[in-house]
Ligand binder design. Structure first.
Ligand SMILES: Nc1ncnc2c1ncn2[C@@H]1O[C@H](COP(=O)(O)OP(=O)(O)OP(=O)(O)O)[C@@H](O)[C@H]1O
Length: 248
């Protein structure tokens, strides 16, 4: 799986949200960090082929995504969990995940095995017959993660996947994504602990551009003692903000 963004610009109406971003994504876990409104969700939606690029190019497995036709060629390789995902409340957990398997083109003969595998990963096997509406917020989020990984898509996009998870579930989540092997995983988060624990690469976005692109160790090295933060990663993040936003 290869994903290439070449001078990508994206926006809504007259506003530009991403401005000339060039990035090549490879197998491994990449975190998108950045303040509210930095464009993380917009970038994930663009990678998910929900929004065609406004300017510049995006290639997924060498297919240039320029509209619905090209998007259809690659969508079954993409698992996307939006920040606020919706579901039919009366659907069972198993049906919800099976629906994702169907959308992703998993053959019907493999639905049961793929769904079992995804539910096992997120520790929801014993809730497979529960209605989605009966799940707690954290369980719903885990069902959403199962939705994103069922059928083992090679590009997995997760928008704030650990919001609402309790500490043990967050550890489980890290285990799940660390076990995805040769998959390109891109997740947005505000939880810097998650980044330090599992991400191979971090992209810090601000004002529609990438202000940092490197490993966790490289990011940590930017931390300055005079900046606010409880860890070197938090201080490094503060360092990457514009000067006026670096102090509390
Ligand atoms: N559907 C939309 N229509 C118009 N403007 C939008 C829309 N969605 C997002 N925006 C704007 O685009 C900018 C980037 O938003 P986006 O949701 O991509 O940021 P984000 O980095 O994901 O933020 P957060 O951390 O709050 O989730 C913001 O200024 C936002 O107001």
């Amino acid at each position: 799986m290869s994903v290439v963004l070449d001078a990508l610009s994206q926006g809504y109406g007259t506003s530009t949200v991403i401005d000339g971003l060039s990035v090549t994504l490879r197998p491994g876990i990449t975190a998108l960090l950045g303040p509210n409104g930095a464009g993380k969700t917009t970038l994930l939606r663009t990678l998910a082929t929900v929004m065609p690029p406004r300017n510049g190019r995006i290639y997924i497995d060498d297919v240039e995504i320029s509209g619905e036709r090209s998007a259809r060629q690659v969508r079954d390789r993409i698992g996307y969990l939006p920040q606020d995902f919706s579901f039919e409340p009366k659907m069972t957990v198993a049906d919800f995940v099976t629906y994702a398997a169907w959308m992703r083109g998993v053959p019907a003969t493999q639905w049961r095995r793929s769904v079992d595998e995804a539910l096992e990963m997120v520790d929801l096997t014993d809730r497979r017959r529960s209605k989605m509406r009966s799940l707690s917020g954290g369980m719903r989020r885990r069902a959403g993660i199962a939705w994103a990984v069922v059928g083992r898509p090679r590009l997995v996009l997760l928008d704030e996947p650990t919001v609402g998870l309790d500490p043990r579930q967050r550890l489980q989540f890290r285990k799940i994504i660390s076990g995805l092997g040769e998959t390109v995983v891109v997740l947005s988060t505000h939880l810097i602990d998650d980044v330090g624990a599992v991400c191979d690469r971090v992209i810090v976005m601000h004002g529609g551009a990438s202000r940092f692109d490197g490993t966790v160790a490289e990011l940590e090295a930017l931390g300055r003692d005079d900046l606010p933060g409880h860890s070197s990663l938090e201080r490094a993040y503060m360092h990457l903000l514009p000067e006026g936003e670096q102090q509390l």
